[in-house]
Design a protein around this ligand. Structure first.
Ligand code: FAD
Length: 403
């Protein structure tokens, strides 16, 4: 176990995804030296969307990236619920100006590649050599005074602190909590991106839409200033257990999964050119993210079902809070990491549990017939219940939480 209590100057981050790059940028701005070890040979993100609520766009603003939100984010006016069979529509909540007024920041929807590129450029502006590609963390050596990453192709890199931001299959997490036992949720996700101009006029609205139905749901929303539309379809009763962003299924299988659904959903599925298929796994929240001079953030710490659209938002928040905690306790690593965990563990566990709970809500059998469905939706998505489910998330201030 490493000697603790000495100063932190050089932070290693395993994984250069949205969480790792946010942490890198926040740490650089606090004056730390940072090395990001990313397994991929080139810096890239998958072709998919990510929604960021006000709690997360606040992080981008604090990191000097308001211009990126304005330039690349689609800023919808609101969110809607639609019924799988009839297409009946309910307004869920207002976004746009209402989000800024209420939470101080907007709700924006990004192409992941745009956001990832902007974060990487901001990191490189401050430290041109901070990101090292083709560096896959195979394991972690914690036997010396400083943690070291052992790379897949051979090679060893030491730092004063190691942050595992290496996603849902994290190698760093293994050194802290042992081998993970994710449980297949019995659900898979279809995802695809559609050039918005290919869709009929009424599907081009600048809104986030959540179609709900028995055993499945669909989310779609605009990306890249509205030029693209992101589609995600979740299906229960699946035996597809490949957890990968790059695995494809077929148009026919995707259509079959949504047989009987409203023609707007069929139209969108037809317009997707590559139908990616991802198994959704469930993992129980863990209470300890750190050991000695090694800690975790993002999906490596708290992988979640995507049913609150908060996984990336939590990764961004983690990165910012971690940098604040380290800056506040520069000479005391245990104090910094325990302040970090105290600020983050409960909130992220609540997101994991809330996301699990949304599966039952979005897929409820009561949605099967239109009359019962209307009653169910008006009850479950009543303004007070929506506020209770989301307000605590959106109003969080990453720069004010005590560390
Ligand atoms: C269908 C779907 C829709 C979603 N929609 C939303 C949404 O709208 N809003 C939202 O907030 N969240 C959403 N999420 C969740 C979000 O995508 C994740 O929570 C987020 O990507 C986590 O970021 P991360 O940086 O922790 O991990 P990742 O994005 O997985 O990044 C991990 C990085 O580490 C690298 N890496 C992995 N292993 C190693 C290794 N051994 N060594 C070195 N590098 C390594 C990877 O190449 C990658 O670059 C969604 C998820 C899914 C599945």
């Amino acid at each position: 176990m490493g000697v603790v209590g000495k100063n932190v100057e050089h932070v290693l981050i395993a994984g250069g995804g949205l969480g790792g790059l946010t942490a890198a940028l926040a740490l650089l701005r606090q004056g730390f030296r940072v090395t990001v070890l990313e397994q991929a040979p080139t810096l890239a993100e998958v072709g998919a969307g990510v929604q960021l609520s006000a709690n997360a766009t606040r992080v981008l603003g604090l990191l000097g990236l308001d211009g990126v939100v304005a330039a690349y984010g689609a800023q919808p006016t609101g969110k809607e619920i639609r019924l799988w069979s009839t297409g009946q529509t309910w307004q869920l909540f207002d976004l746009g100006a209402a989000s800024v007024q209420r939470y101080g920041h907007t709700y924006a929807m990004f192409h992941r590649a745009d956001l990832h590129k902007a974060l990487a450029e901001a990191v490189k502006d401050l430290a041109p050599d901070a990101i090292r590609l083709d560096c896959r963390c195979e394991s972690v050596d914690m036997s010396g005074p400083r943690p070291a990453v052992l790379l897949s192709g051979g090679g060893r890199i030491e730092g004063d602190l190691l942050v595992g931001a290496d996603g849902v299959h994290s190698r760093v997490r293994r050194t802290i909590v042992g081998a993970d036992q994710p449980v297949f949720s019995g659900m898979h996700a279809w995802r695809g991106v559609i050039p918005t101009k290919q869709l009929p006029e009424h599907l081009r609205k600048p809104a986030g839409v959540n179609w709900v139905g028995p055993g499945r749901h669909v989310i779609h929303y605009p990306l890249r200033r509205g030029e693209l539309t992101n589609f995600v379809g979740i299906v229960e009763g699946s035996n597809w257990n490949v957890e990968s962003w790059t695995q494809q299924g077929s148009l026919e299988d995707c259509l079959e999964d949504f047989t009987g659904w409203h023609e707007d959903v069929q139209t969108m599925i037809q317009a997707i050119d590559a139908h990616f298929k991802w198994a959704l796994m469930v993992r129980e929240p863990i209470e300890r993210w750190s050991s000695g001079r090694v800690t975790l953030l993002g999906d490596a710490a708290h992988p979640t079902l995507p049913f609150m659209a908060q996984g990336a938002a939590m990764a961004l928040e983690d990165g910012y809070v971690l940098a604040r905690a380290l800056a506040a306790h520069r000479d005391d690593v245990p104090a910094a990491l325990s302040a970090y965990e105290a600020a983050r563990v409960e909130r992220t566990a609540k997101v994991v549990r809330g996301s699990n709970g949304n599966a039952a809500r979005f897929h409820n059998p009561k949605l099967a017939d239109a009359q019962g469905a209307a009653q169910y939706i008006e009850d479950q998505w009543a303004a007070d219940k929506v506020r209770e489910r989301y307000e605590w998330l959106f109003e969080y201030k990453v720069d004010e939480v005590p560390v």
